[in-house]
Design a protein around this ligand. Sequence first.
Ligand SMILES: Nc1ncnc2c1ncn2[C@@H]1O[C@H](COP(=O)(O)OP(=O)(O)OP(=O)(O)O)[C@@H](O)[C@H]1O
Length: 230
Amino acid sequence: MILEVKNLQKVYGDKTVVNIDDLQIVAGETVGLVGNNGAGKTTFFRMLLDLIRPTQGEVLSKGENVMHNGDWKNYTASFLDEGFLIDYLTPEEYFIFIGSLHNMSVADVSAYLTQYSEFFNGEILNSGKYIRDFSKGNQVKVGIAAALMQKPEILILDEPFANLDPTTQIRLKNLLKAQAGNMTTFISSHDLNHVTDVCHRIILVEKGRIIKDFKTDENTLQELESYFSA
Ligand SMILES: Nc1ncnc2c1ncn2[C@@H]1O[C@H](COP(=O)(O)OP(=O)(O)OP(=O)(O)O)[C@@H](O)[C@H]1O
């Protein structure tokens, strides 16, 4: 079990926004988290990454509580929002900085980035612009590429398709599918089509609770659509 969640709760005021008794993720799984606005997806991801403290319960990464042991940071990469970027750097400077944290030289980083030219669609590198001056979608591309560059064992992405144009959404799906099996991927998405296409397992959350947890098959998209149209 690479990730385990036990009796995890986050309470704000009188509202329990995450309430997960037990969740186990096996290494190599591609898991999609779906649920309406306010279901608790982002709050849950923030607890997986020790960005906020649970009110109760624990998140174990390779058996260690993420709050007490930082080893998970060596093999986990994530992009939840633009807060993960550094606004006053150019994308190149940001990639070099992130690379340096993972013992990658400037040459390693440039070599790595060549495979992203299609994903970047000519809009990211050599623009001379700071990250803050990019569109939201292009900022997302920088964040996702930087996360993948770390060759993580666990990748966590919050609504990665949301601000991407359709062409880039498809390119991102291909990137994620190419990594499937080598990496444990946890993504949240409101795009039922994309999430069922990429993920082998879907977890449906409502008011912080897991309502359904199932393996994706040819009926999954239809089941999810009927669930959400009710
Ligand atoms: N810091 C906070 N203080 C109080 N309430 C919060 C806080 N952060 C989140 N919440 C509440 O927790 C609930 C879950 O929010 P969260 O952002 O985790 O949902 P989500 O499933 O990611 O939603 P979306 O699909 O809209 O991104 C919401 O009702 C939200 O208002």
